[in-house]
Design a protein around this ligand. Structure first.
Ligand code: ADP
Ligand code: ZN
Length: 210
């Protein structure tokens, strides 16, 4: 199954991607995590992306399209994958089509803007392994520490309130039109984001099969 998760920043698509990829035994691919990893390793691409990211803007299409082209050609993607955070613009979606990649389903996790800001304030991430947590909705076993690797959890720079507003603006302007794009293709399903992570997962899994 080739799957795309859409949704505003902080709607919980990363969390759902991590859960569903285990259930379906296919890789979850997060462009945000790949870019942050590149940045941590000080690669040229990472440094180029940093300025955009820190301001809550999108990294240029050619950069992210290149990342995805490479990643999807790897062996572990041949039986399916979940894209988390790609595509985010119409040209990115068109690039996937041009690569000959057939998407089976697009799930958009819907959360109203006023809830997003509150959620983002509690979001914490592990810079070492990329796992994400929430101070209320997805607590780590030990406060401030990553379950997966034991590193310290931090707030992402682009989760600062002013940057969140800009990211929401960018989402509505550039990413939300993708709903129409995939609706026309009959692939879109909307899922209302729930308070409990597991409830959103149940709705998402149901939407994969209808
Ligand atoms: P979130 O889904 O919470 O907004 P991500 O980790 O997916 O966070 O993305 C963080 C940042 O990485 C984005 O704000 C953007 O700058 C950059 N980015 C990630 N994916 C893309 C993409 N497909 N196109 C352009 N920029 C991207
Ligand atoms: Zn970790």
């Amino acid at each position: 199954m080739n799957l795309i998760l859409l949704g505003a920043p902080g709607a919980g698509k990363g969390t759902q991607a991590e859960i569903i990829c285990e259930k379906l035994s296919i890789p979850a691919i997060s462009t945000g995590n790949i870019i942050r990893e590149a940045l941590k390793n000080g690669t040229e691409m990472g440094l180029k992306a940093k300025a955009y990211m820190d301001e809550g803007k999108l990294v240029p299409d050619d950069v992210v399209i290149g990342i995805i082209r490479e990643r999807l050609s790897e062996d572990d993607c041949q039986n399916g994958f979940i894209l988390d955070g790609f595509p985010r613009t119409i040209p990115q979606a068109e690039a996937l089509d041009q690569m000959g990649i057939v998407i089976d389903r697009v799930i958009s996790i819907e959360v109203p803007d006023d809830k997003i800001a509150a959620r983002m304030a509690g979001r914490r991430v592990c810079l070492k392994c990329g796992a994400s947590y929430h101070t209320e909705y997805k607590k780590p076993a030990k406060e401030g520490i990553c379950n997966a690797c034991g590193s310290e959890l931090v707030q992402r720079k682009d989760d600062a309130p002013e940057t969140v507003l800009e990211r929401l603006h960018v989402y509505h302007e550039q990413t939300e039109p993708l709903k129409g794009y995939y609706e026309k293709a009959g692939k879109l399903r909307l899922v209302e984001g729930q308070e409990e992570v597991k409830d959103t997962t149940a709705l998402t899994l149901a939407a994969l099969n209808d």
